[in-house]
Design a protein around this ligand. Structure first.
Ligand code: C2O
Length: 544
């Protein structure tokens, strides 16, 4: 195994998008940021130097960080932010993970422009469990704002209303041909007939679930969230914020030009979103350009599902399975039920009370709206036993029974605010039923667990029914993920073994919802011996 040393300089940079010049925060002046390309078993040492005007942290999304919670990155959870002019070195080893992950800022909404791909190849000499692709290409889906992203966030936080929607979706930082002033810079991938191509699709968008497809080409899904899956063919995939999906395709069509395209999956009813399509071009090297002055013909545009096509999403997600029999925990020690959803708190009419009907938006799990500490991080408070930063009374079940068919109780949508953790013994088997409350939002909630992978043993619509739904769990070959899209109006059930000590954030990867409080954290105790004990904090850990 190798050790990779990198320097990430966080810095402002001027870029042009959508006919406008904007100053954005980047890593090393690149947007998207540098791709990390490593192998299973390698160690990464990444020194972050903050040359920007804002506090920041970097998170390595999906990396398990076994015994190294100090390198995880969410601000005020595992570390204090890296202040302007300061540095912090993230050091971690990849243990039994292969596929596609990504890294992003985990400080307010700075991940809007601070993100990049993290590719983990098999160990030297080990093949992929699928045909070796000729070409590998990261497809990083994102969202672009014409406004300063922190202003956008502050405005929503101040007014208590929903934030503005983004101005474009992007592929590798580019909106593509269908947006104004973008044609010159559209992302391109050139291939030869017969090539096998591995697309590593990452949804780095701040707030938007996205469909992705390639015109005229079948996609074969081979991995998601850096876990291999049973291969299956599909025309379209849906990727929630935080999720990744690896697909193979063969350049077996007429040599020509084809769009890869992504567009919103916004769920029913009327959540505001941009319905434009972002595109990149898959072009065969031999495609002839016989138009006037050698102009090329327009690429072929694929058909994408309608923005509210839940059936396509369900059909896709239920096909995702482990390649073989999985080691799903069968005896459950901690059986919990979390409602996940939006809500609001009433307020006095005024500039700080711009939610619907004299409210401010809030969001919660089991009606607790998560508040980050400011004085220190949760992990430091845990490790150094600093009192008064958090409590460990996160409720394992909701305060009242949830029922879609009845009148949903205020006790599920009018949250209280708190910094409550859920304490887990080392090695305990955990099951969590995630029940969407669908109170206001009609978006799915892509729920992400730091420091772990979990099995998704069941998923469905309506109220979770412990009798019949439990009987139908897939305990044989469920997929393993780090981010589960809890369907709007439905539920999902996850299982994992608490084998990684530390403090681990569990939250909705839609940044608006996270800001409103849709999250909580687990405190996982040390076990016995070195392999079950978290490392002490590094000497350069930032101070608040
Ligand atoms: Cu990808 Cu808590 O984040």
């Amino acid at each position: 195994a190798e050790t990779h040393y990198h320097q990430f300089v966080v810095q402002a940079k001027t870029v042009q998008r959508l006919c406008k010049t904007r100053n954005i925060i980047t890593v090393n002046g690149q947007f998207p940021g540098p791709t990390l390309d490593v192998r299973n078993g390698d160690t990464l040492v990444i020194k972050v130097l903050n040359n920007a005007r804002y506090n920041i942290t970097i998170h390595w999304h999906g990396i398990r960080q076994m015994r190294t919670p100090w390198a995880d990155g969410p601000e005020f959870v595992t570390q204090c932010p890296i202040q302007p002019g300061a540095t912090y070195t993230y050091r971690y080893t990849i243990e039994d993970q292969e596929g596609t992950l990504w890294w992003h800022a985990h400080s307010r909404w700075l991940r809007a422009t601070v993100y990049g791909a993290l590719i983990i190849r098999p160990k030297l000499g080990s093949p992929y469990p699928f045909p070796q692709p000729k070409i590998e290409f990261p497809v990083v889906l994102g969202e672009w704002w014409n406004s300063n992203i922190l202003d956008t966030m502050r405005q929503a936080v101040f007014t208590g209303a929903a934030p503005n929607v983004s101005n474009a979706y992007t592929i590798n930082g580019q909106p593509g041909d269908l947006y104004g002033c973008s044609r010159q810079d559209t992302t391109r991938l050139s291939v030869s007939p017969g090539d096998t191509i591995l697309l590593r699709v990452i949804n780095a968008a701040l707030n938007q679930q996205l469909f992705f497809t390639v015109a005229n080409h079948r996609l074969t899904v081979v991995a998601a969230d850096a876990v291999y899956s049973k291969a299956f063919a599909t025309n379209v995939i849906m990727v929630g914020p935080g999720q990744t999906t690896d697909v193979l395709l063969t350049a077996d069509q007429n040599p020509g030009r084809y769009y890869m395209a992504a567009r919103a999956y916004a769920s029913p009813k009327n959540a505001p979103f941009d319905n434009t399509t972002t595109t990149a071009i898959l072009e065969y090297k031999s495609a002839s350009c016989t138009g006037r002055n050698g102009a090329c013909s327009r690429p072929i545009l694929p058909r994408l599902p309608a923005y509210n096509d839940t059936n396509t999403v369900t059909a896709f997600s239920t096909q995702l399975k482990s390649p073989s029999k999985a080691e799903v925990p069968l005896k459950i020690d901690e059986n919990s039920f979390f409602t996940v959803g939006l809500g609001f708190v009433f307020c006095n009419p005024g500039p700080r009370c711009q939610g619907p009907n004299n409210t401010r938006f809030a969001a919660s799990m089991n009606n607790v709206s998560f508040v980050l500490p400011r004085r220190t991080s949760l992990l430091q408070a845990y490790f150094q036993k600093i009192p008064g930063i958090y409590t460990t009374d996160f409720p394992p079940i909701p305060p009242v029974k949830f029922d879609y068919t009845g009148n949903v109780s205020r006790a599920l949508w009018q949250p209280s605010f708190g910094t409550k953790l859920y304490k887990l013994k080392f090695g305990s088997s955990v099951q969590i039923v995630l029940q969407d409350t669908s109170i206001f939002s009609t978006e799915d909630h892509p729920i992400h667990l730091h420091g772990y992978h979990f099995y998704v043993v069941g998923q469905g619509f309506g109220n979770f029914n412990p009798g019949t739904d439990t009987a139908n769990f897939n305990l044989n070959d469920p997929p393993q993920r780090n981010t589960i899209d809890v369907p709007v109006g439905g539920w999902a059930v996850i299982r994992f073994v608490a084998d990684n000590p530390g403090v681990w954030l569990f939250h909705c990867h839609i940044d608006t919802h996270l800001t409103w409080g849709l999250g909580m954290a687990f405190e996982v105790e040390n076990g016995v011996g070195e392999l079950q004990t978290m490392e002490p904090p590094p000497a350069d850990l930032p101070r608040c």
